[in-house]
Structure formats: structure tokens, C-alpha cells
Design a protein. Sequence first.
Length: 408
Amino acid sequence: MKTLRLISRIIIGIVFMFSGIVKAVDPLGSAYKFHDYFEAFHLGFLQPLVLPLAFLLFTAEFVSGFSVLSGYRQKAGTWGILILMLIFTPLTLILAITNPVSDCGCFGDAIHMTNWETFGKNVVLLIFTLILFTGRNKPVRITTPLKEWFVVSGVIILFVFFSMLNLRYLPLIDFLPYRTGNNIPGLMKIPEGKAPDEYQTTFIYEKEGEKKEFTLDNYPADDSTWKFVDQKSLLVKKGYEPPVHDFSITTRQGEDITDSILNNDGFTLLMISRRLEATRPGQIEKGFELGTDMLSKGIDFYIVTASGSDILTAYNTDLKICTADETTIKTIVRSNPGYLLLRSGTIEGKWSWAGIPPREKFHSDLNPGQLRQLNNKSPVLIVYTTVASIIVLVLLISSFSGKNRSVP
């Protein structure tokens, strides 16, 4: 039994620490998943809490996993794991049955799982959790309780600050399809031999107050007495969905300029704002100044947002303001605003408002070496992550190599 509990401790600790880390590198992604849940279950009044809840969840996962694996406050960590499993196992069963959200987001965007796969994974983890829980009164003892709480508190602070840096400077590891180096047109193609989604289209026509549904085979194309009312498309067979399937940019006049942007063999810089009205005025002003400077250097510049036309008319600028789907914008860049540098449809650079390089670094004939320099991650994020990782790793190694400890 001792060996089984040790195996359970290692598996649970690693899985929960990994789950916390992949969410923490993308805090907004975790917040958007909470948003999806609240929309699906009609809990819109909780939307203001999505980001705090995201921080609470992935911090609880990581710290509980760390406590279980290292032995620092192992009993408290075991209780934390059990509470999380008792909440999420039945929740994922409900999701699997009703399928209101296609991906639970349990491993962020690093690993995508169906709801049934997630439920199965949780059942297995719950078994290991219960095994571990049976030995909760025989925890590993590292040092005095006070010192152990001091260590755990320090790990919490380190982890939360790491998450905040990723929120400010964009994810340290980008798991999204719009990562630097990816070619957007290439990711929009359906590979040969892969079938696309199959839909059944139904047309609704009205005649003398009576509405009737038709298919493509029998709709009244030559009967003018029937008036078209609406059409519905029902997914009958799920096919291959390319990683990028909804990238579309439209001018305020309704012109689709997606192809012209993706086919431009020069540089194009996109300032992407989920909602301009939710962006700090100072950041908007800096973006507009950057856009004017880019145009003077021969670099195309567009502002892309999901804000409505009533909002856009309030901005007095000669820059081109375009619109795109809000979900797409959230996927492209986890910052408001963020910036995307394109050339021939390839993402040459991606930055948050806090990480955008100085404007003098940009010019129309950037070479590969200069692009690499522009894409260097924030030194603050890199140094901090390195130091924090070493501290956590030392704590884990020392906990397993120590002597005179009570191991369950």
C-alpha cells in the first residue's frame, strides 16, 4: 500500500502541477474558458469574476500538486486535490452528456481533449486521489509546520507573479495556432484526403401565411409565389477543421480585405483590440502614433477590433480601422491591444501592448536577424521564470532526497 500511495502521489503531483502551469502561461485563455462555461450554464452575472477565478483555479491546482509531490503541507495539498476532483469529476460528466462546451480546457490549449476523454481522465485521477487520501494522516514531514507553510506561501507568491507576467507580456509558451512563424493561409487549408464538415441546409419559405421548409433538392426556385424567409444549416457529419478557420478582416464599409493582407509580400502590422472601449485610452493613443509611424516607413497598418460601428465613429483618425470576429481576436493575441506583424501571410512577430518593441526598431526591410531580436521574450519574464523554476525544482529534489522523514 505504501508503494501504491507513493505512485499516486507522484502521478497526482505531476498532473496537477502541469495542469496549473499550462493554464498559468495563458491566464486570459483560462478566463475565456470560464466565460464559455458561464454562458453555457446561463450564469452571465458571474462574468466579471472570470479572471480572478482563473487565477484561483490554476494556482490551487499547481500548489496542491506541489504540496502532494514535495511533501510540504502534504495533508492540506491532499485535501485540496480531493476537493478539486469532487467538483470537476461530476461537472465533466455533465459536460460530456450535454456538451455545451466542446473542450473543457483542463490542460489549457496545450492538450485538447473531448468531454468524454476528460471525464475518463478524471475518473482515473479520482482513484489515485482516493488512494492518496487514505494515507493523509501519514504525510511526509519535511520540517516544522510553520516553516512548511512559509515555503508553500512563497511558492504561491512565485506562481501568481509568474502568471501576472505572462498576462502582461503574452504567454511564455504559445500553444495557439497564431504563434510566431506560422503561416496563416497554410493553416486554413484542408489537407488532401481530409473531408470537411458536412451540413444539411434547409430553406424556409412562406406562402399565404404558411411557412414551409425545403432542401436544396426541392426548394421552389421557379415559383415566385413563395417568399424566402430564412435558412438553417445543420451539421450532419463532423469533418476536419483546420487550425485556422475563422480569420477574416473587413473594413467598416464591409469590404473583405483578408486576402490582400495575407498576400502582401511586404510587412503589415495589425493592432488588435478585442474591444476599443475596453482599452486604456493611453494605449490606444500609443497604437495610433505607432500606426502613423509605420505608414511613413512603408509598413501597412490596420486596427482590427470587434467593437461596433457606434464605437468606431468616436475615433477621429485617418488610420484604417477594420472589424473581425471577437472570438478570433481572442485567439490571435491574448492582450488588449496586441500586435501582429505579417509578411506573405506568415506571422513574423507578436507582442502585447507592454512588449511591443520601440518604433525605431521597425522598418520595411527587416532581415531575419533583426526579426529574431524583435521577437525576443521579455527579459523580466525569462529571468523570473528561470529563477522561480530553479527554486521550485530545488525544493522538489530536496524533499525526495532528504532523510529522517515519515513517508506514507
